[in-house]
Design a protein around this ligand. Structure first.
Ligand code: SAH
Ligand code: SF4
Length: 360
């Protein structure tokens, strides 16, 4: 572990146990500490009535200028969609970076959409986050803190409900920040933590091939979603510049091997962009590409950005029909939360634009 202070929120159960034992504190205090750290909205460990050895450890090790800290980001903005089912939060991190976290309700079940980075290095042309560029990776603690934030909100608004699903589909490319994302997901899926089932956690990647391989090697329990958006090399790399590095053929081969080696299915995300990747011909090329891969395609109409427009619902239905007829399971997702700028990074981009107008 590094010398600079580390957030206790992002430390795995087993790691905390090792730390305590190394410091001479009996591991049977472990559950009390872990429970307190992961308790919703809990930041002041000093006020917990721990047994003396643990109280002493907390006093010596947790707090300002010490080895560990617990820090929940400050909420700088909250927006509710008009359908009342999507709530979007802008959270300000300690260094002033602002990230987005979304809480969505579907049939009484709640899903959190988390950010993994401030900005993103992948530069997808239709994505507001991609257009901001890369700022930095989030720490595991900052990723877990987003889960704590929405759990607190949920506890206040729906005390009988718990957070059921997590998707890493907010700002950033999660597989570019592999270690922190995996550590954070290990924390939030732990039964003594937020206890979100590993098969209810989806990690969405634009096609970061080396780390898809790593997920397969490590037999990662989390679901894999791959954002494809193009059925030919040309079509894809005009939308996803990163495709020049790990091209479509390599990505599809990697996905095929992932399914074969892990026995898991892959969810493919397809952001439907008017005039770019929404023709029936593209749909049938996509169906061919996915032949023999255990897959499910999620078609998402683009939230308009950067001069790109979403396809009409008729276009989306036609695209879905072609895939279905070719035997590819697929779902056409409605544009939920469009009025809260729920596309990846869109709310933050809007704020930046507003601020630059004010400052001009
Ligand atoms: N970097 C990862 C995860 C974050 S983006 C990835 O690309 O998969 C999550 C999803 O949001 C991706 O499928 C992406 O294509 C989609 N997305 C980005 N901008 C969008 C927009 N303006 N409208 C609709 N979906 C968008
Ligand atoms: Fe990054 Fe995903 Fe946006 Fe592409 S779509 S720029 S990978 S966040």
């Amino acid at each position: 572990m590094s010398e600079s202070p580390v957030s206790l929120l992002g430390i795995r159960f087993s790691e905390l146990q090792e730390i305590l034992v190394a410091d001479g504190v009996s591991s049977h205090h472990m559950r009390a500490l872990w429970g307190a750290v992961q308790r919703i909205a809990f930041t002041d460990l000093a006020s917990v009535d721990f047994l003396p050895p643990l109280r002493k450890w907390v006093h010596e090790n947790v707090g300002s200028g010490k080895r560990f800290f617990i820090d929940l980001p400050e909420q700088s903005e909250e927006i509710h969609s008009s359908d009342g089912l999507t709530r979007k939060y802008l959270l300000r991190l300690t260094d002033g970076q602002v990230i987005e976290t979304v809480l969505m309700e579907y049939k009484g079940r709640f899903t959190a959409c988390l950010s993994s980075q401030a900005g993103c290095a992948m530069g997808c042309v239709f994505c507001a986050t991609g257009q901001m560029g890369f700022v930095r990776h989030l720490t595991a603690g900052e990723i877990v803190a987003q889960v704590q934030h929405v759990r607190r909100i949920l506890a206040a608004s729906h005390p009988d409900r718990r957070l059921r699903n997590i998707v890493l589909m907010g700002m950033g490319e999660p597989l570019h920040n592999y270690d922190s994302v995996m550590r954070a997901m290990d924390v939030v899926s732990h039964p003594a933590g937020a206890s979100v089932g590993a098969n209810h956690i989806a990690i969405s990647t634009v096609g970061y091939v080396p780390h898809i391989l790593r997920m397969a090697e490590e037999n990662s329990p989390y679901r894999l979603a791959v954002s494809l958006h193009g059925s030919t090399e040309e079509e894809r790399s005009s939308l996803v510049p990163m495709s020049k590095k790990w091209n479509l053929e390599t990505l599809i081969d990697t996905c095929r091997n992932y399914c074969r080696d892990t026995g898991r299915r892959i969810f493919f995300e397809w952001t439907l962009i008017k005039g770019e990747n929404d023709s029936p011909e593209t749909a049938s090329r996509l169906a061919k590409l996915l032949e023999g891969i255990e897959s499910h395609v999620n078609i998402i109409p683009l939230n308009p950005t950067n001069g790109y427009d979403g396809s009409s619902s008729k276009g989306g239905e036609e695209f879905q029909r072609v895939l279905r007829e070719a035997g590819i399971p697929c779902t056409f997702r409605q544009r939920r939360g469009i009025d809260v700028a729920a596309g990846c990074g869109m709310l933050k981009a809007q704020k930046l634009r507003k601020n630059s107008t004010v400052n001009a």
